[in-house]
Design a binder for this molecule. Structure first.
Ligand code: SAM
Length: 289
């Protein structure tokens, strides 16, 4: 009897642990119009890194451009200013809330659609000069399929640009997440493994080669994001992740971890605010002519 009880306890513990680890909400299931509006207001860090990506892609007048995971469309609107009326920019995003805000920016050369990388069959072969993903790569479930589809829809000589978290992310925020999780849960979850960023970057390079792209440029840049308070910083990450930040934990644990994070962030506040340093990797691929 004791053995059966022990076995059942083990099975229960094992199933729960596995489920928590692997059922991470890798989607925008928790998104809302309010979070999307908040993102639009707080997303200067992504917008600034996006402008750098656009400059590395050398987007020019009359180009046809696809912004995958365009969010609320700030960067796509900026790019439409470069391509001009002779060009066309299409922004797609699976979150209807993000697209609802992006649509306020629509004009003759700028269009938005609710769609993700899973719906790239919407677009014809060889139909874009440039495709880019700004802070989106890690959200995609089937990245190999997405890369094959992006290759198909790019014109020969067309470029793909990816901006994503880079190595050396054992930075402030990640170590704060790890310390907070350790003090609430008593262990550091697999999700807070700092090597995850490097694995994703390596995967982007590997998939680029496997799908037939020529790698044109790889560049890492250091940024420092500035927040007025711990609360504002958490709101930014909540809005960036479509509300899925730490959703893999039960609500009571999630709240405890979030309040620990906020407390630790507040301790870092100076007269300038809270500075969060991080690195972004820029990858520029070309479809051979
Ligand atoms: C951090 S936001 C970046 C938004 C925008 N690119 C920017 O620079 O502000 C990540 C975006 O990826 C989108 N996303 C999530 N899964 C996706 C998928 N499978 N295909 C395309 N976009 C996706 C989300 O809805 C979200 O808007």
């Amino acid at each position: 009897m004791k053995k059966i009880a022990l076995f059942l306890a083990f099975l229960f513990f094992y199933t729960c642990t596995e489920c928590r680890l692997y059922c991470q909400p890798k989607s925008y299931t928790f998104d809302s119009l309010q979070l999307a509006a908040e993102y639009d207001r707080l997303s200067d860090p992504q917008f600034n890194q996006g402008r750098e990506l656009v400059s590395l892609l050398k987007i020019k007048r009359a180009d046809r451009v696809l912004d995958i995971g365009c969010g609320t469309g700030r960067l796509a609107a900026y790019v439409a200013g470069i391509t001009g009326k002779e060009g066309k920019v299409i922004g797609i995003d699976p979150s209807p809330f993000r697209i609802a805000i992006a649509r306020r920016r629509e004009k003759s050369n700028l269009l938005f659609k609710v769609a993700g990388t899973e719906e790239l069959s919407l677009f014809e072969d060889n139909s874009f000069d440039v495709v880019y993903l700004n802070s989106v790569f890690h959200w995609i479930a089937d990245r190999a399929q997405a890369m094959v589809e992006i290759y198909r829809i790019l014109k020969p000589g067309g470029k793909l640009g990816i901006a994503m978290g880079a190595k050396h992310q054992d930075s402030l925020l990640v170590s704060i997440l790890r310390q907070s999780a350790q003090s609430v849960l008593g262990y550091i979850p697999k999700e807070f493994d700092v090597n995850e960023y490097q694995r994703e970057a390596d995967e982007a390079l590997e998939l680029s080669r496997e799908s037939g792209f020529k790698i044109k440029e790889i560049k890492t840049r250091h940024y420092v994001d500035l927040f007025r308070s711990g609360e504002e910083c958490i709101r930014f990450y909540e809005a960036s992740s479509g509300g899925s930040l730490l959703r893999e934990f039960p609500d009571f644990q999630r709240k405890k971890i979030l309040s620990q994070i906020e407390e630790r962030l507040e301790r870092l506040k100076t007269a300038k605010g809270i500075e969060i340093p991080h690195n972004i990797l820029f990858l520029i691929d070309e479809k051979p002519k």
